[in-house]
Design a protein around this ligand. Structure first.
Ligand code: ATP
Ligand code: MG
Ligand code: MG
Ligand code: MG
Length: 477
């Protein structure tokens, strides 16, 4: 059955409302109570303190459609955009939550009923596979015996060689954690990629649509897992990925919400080929950038603002690649407002502001973009047979022309090249060490915040080193 994105969102929320869940509005992309987190990147972020027992709500079950951005720090899908069918920088995560109320059995039952139930998504179980954490016999048995999923469609996922697992969620070195279970949809044998757990699982054939996290343990300093008195549930289903399934298309970029955006991007860049990956990147980025500005983020040279700047500049560069050298990106806000303004009225109330901010950033970058491209083309011509753009070049593009290093990496990748990241870092370090002057952007480069998340956004430093947190930060895994 075909379902629009808006109908899918509404159906999900009403399904859980009927099952005793309080429907809670999406929170801001800028986490209100968490300076360690760059952006809201999962539905659980606004409930973090409830899970930790530091905050109480009047309800023990909730559901939401949460706007998320994964474009910085550890949770960075920026580099995937334009290359996979399933990743966005901005996306909506549908989620249901239990705060010490129901646990694995109901969470799995709800998810399966919603996904396969004829009055809901009605997806053919033959196209689904599920994963559980390798030691989670309880979840395994629920899928097998309660739900009736055949054993050859349930995959146990263990730990990765370097530690961690796609199917074990942990908040940090200590604190709530637990196994999770994911639901995958098979888009068909014509698409490269293997089933979950196989060596080529990273392809786009089997796509993860829903992750159910069973918060089950409290992890002590010594790594001991003590069962929580009140096990909880945190789930996340990708709205765009599920809409793709429901609309019979493979890529998220072919769903209703994107079709008009891509058309608008094509018109604004005078492009004919609607399947161009640059148009997909631009359509993705206009969502992320508009919502970030609506939530109060402004382009700058540090922290959140620098992530926004990087996304805007990347979109502009893709426009340039399509032959558009005049400001165009800001004109797409109108199409976005049309597409998503009903669900997100802030796009309507803030439209003028968003356009102003984006246009200003475009005008600013336009001055140096073409010069930088000339320099880069020359540097590439000088490479001979070498496949790596020197760190010095990457640094000069950054320092003189305002090219974020990931933008240079994006261009390099299109041409089958890579960038010398350590060399770039080194050049950055030399500048930090020697330059007493403020940078040309008017901020002190030696300030604690690094300008590229490859070097670790400083707000993450201790967390990222802890290795874990991945979990809490992304909410899943
Ligand atoms: P993947 O392994 O495909 O990168 P994930 O395991 O990182 O996904 P989770 O952290 O489990 O994703 O997030 C919960 C759900 O949110 C996913 O099952 C997926 O449907 C959706 N999702 C995650 N990242 C993205 C993204 N970058 N763009 C669109 N949807 C996403
Ligand atoms: Mg991911
Ligand atoms: Mg995954
Ligand atoms: Mg996942």
């Amino acid at each position: 059955k075909r379902l629009s994105s808006a109908d899918l969102r509404a159906l999900f929320l009403s399904f859980f409302r009927e099952r005793g869940h309080q429907v809670v509005a999406s929170s801001s992309l800028v986490p209100g109570n968490d300076p360690t987190l760059l952006f809201t990147n999962a539905g659980m972020v606004q409930f973090k303190d409830v899970f930790l027992g530091k905050d109480k709500r009047s309800y023990s079950r909730a559901a939401s459609s949460q706007r998320c951005v994964r474009a910085g720090g550890k949770h960075n899908d920026l580099e995937n955009v334009g290359y996979t069918a399933r990743h966005h920088t901005f996306f909506e995560m549908l989620g249901n939550f239990s705060f010490g109320d129901y646990f694995k059995r109901d969470a799995i039952r709800f998810a399966w009923d919603f996904v396969t139930g004829k009055q809901y998504l009605g997806i053919d179980p033959q196209r689904l596979m599920v994963t559980v954490y390798h030691t989670d016999d309880e979840a395994y048995d629920i899928w097998l015996k309660d739900v009736g999923v055949p054993a050859d469609r349930i995959v146990r996922i263990g730990d990765k060689p370097g530690g961690g697992s796609d199917n074990f969620w942990q908040m940090g070195e200590t604190g709530p954690c637990g196994p999770c279970s994911e639901i995958f949809y098979d888009h068909g044998a014509h698409i490269p990629g293997g089933p979950p757990g196989s060596p080529d699982a990273d392809g786009d054939r089997w796509i993860e649509i829903w992750n159910l996290v069973f918060m089950q343990f409290d992890r002590s300093e010594e790594g001991k897992l003590t069962p929580l008195p009140k096990p909880s549930v945190d789930t996340g289903m990708g709205l765009e990925r599920t809409a793709a399934v429901m609309q019979g298309v493979h890529s998220n970029y072919e769903i209703d919400m994107f079709v008009n955006l891509i058309k608008a991007a094509a018109a604004a860049t005078n492009s004919k080929d609607l399947s161009s990956s640059s148009l997909r990147v631009i359509a993705d980025h206009i969502r992320a950038c508009s919502f970030l500005v609506a939530d109060g983020v402004f382009p700058s040279n540090e922290g959140r603002g620098y992530v926004l700047r990087r996304i805007i500049r990347r979109a502009i560069r893709h426009g340039y690649k399509l032959g558009q050298t005049q400001p165009f990106f800001y004109t797409l806000v109108a199409a976005l407002e049309k597409e998503m303004g009903e669900a997100y009225p802030e796009l309507r109330t803030q439209r003028a502001q968003i356009e102003r901010v984006l246009k200003q950033e475009e005008e600013r970058f336009a001055e140096t973009l073409s010069q930088g491209m000339v320099l880069l083309d020359q540097a590439i011509a000088r490479l001979g047979g070498k496949k790596e753009i020197p760190g010095e070049t990457v640094f000069r593009l950054y320092d003189t022309f305002g090219f974020p290093s990931d933008l240079t990496a994006d261009i390099a990748r299109e041409r089958g090249l890579t960038i010398d990241e350590p060399g770039f870092e080194q050049a950055m370090q030399v500048q930090r060490d020697t330059s007493k002057a403020a940078s040309k952007f008017g901020v002190d480069l030696r300030a604690g915040v690094s300008l590229d998340d490859k070097t670790n956004f400083s707000g993450y430093a201790n967390l990222v080193d802890a290795g874990t947190v991945v979990a809490l930060l992304r909410g899943k895994e």
